[in-house]
Design a protein around this ligand. Structure first.
Ligand code: HEC
Length: 122
């Protein structure tokens, strides 16, 4: 091979090698971001626990189940002896307390939340 075409060959081989490296790097990056997306979707479709919901939606006004902006939640056993009654109250809200519609809280999550509320005063 003449010297010139030999170096052209070497340069193209190198260019090809670099290109394939960055392509596989890019593929790996895309795959990783797909994995992250899938994990996020899975956690979003999973139901939150009662404690998670409480911290997200209730703790600001009922800190730790105690009196804050809202009243204490230590009297639920007497104020709402029945779970269905408590569920209806939470769905609807009252005065300054926002309700929790199904778009925010699924029935399963509401059940989890009530389970958690029942542990607050034990
Ligand atoms: C913006 C503040 C605020 C948030 C957030 C909030 N509450 Fe309240 N909550 C209140 C207020 C104010 C009252 C009193 C309502 C009234 O009787 O006028 C109240 C009352 C209650 C009562 C009645 C207590 C009793 O013994 O009579 C329960 C139960 C309750 N909240 C549960 C919850 C739960 C569960 C969440 C979360 C999903 C929540 N609250 C979120 C402000 C809030």
């Amino acid at each position: 091979m003449p010297k010139n075409s030999q170096s052209i060959f070497l340069w193209s081989a190198l260019a090809l090698l670099l290109a394939s490296c960055s392509i596989s790097e890019e593929m790996r990056r895309i795959q990783n971001s797909k994995k992250v997306q899938a994990a996020q979707d899975a956690s979003r479709s999973g139901y939150l626990t009662g404690e998670q919901i409480f911290i997200r939606s209730c703790n600001t006004c009922h800190p730790g189940g105690k009196k804050g902006f809202g009243p204490t939640l230590e009297n639920l056993a007497t104020d709402f002896p029945d779970d269905n009654q408590l569920a209806a109250f939470i769905r609807k809200g009252k005065a300054n307390m926002p309700g929790q519609p199904k778009s925010i809280l699924t029935d399963i999550e509401l059940g989890n939340l009530i389970g958690y509320l029942r542990t607050l005063n034990q």
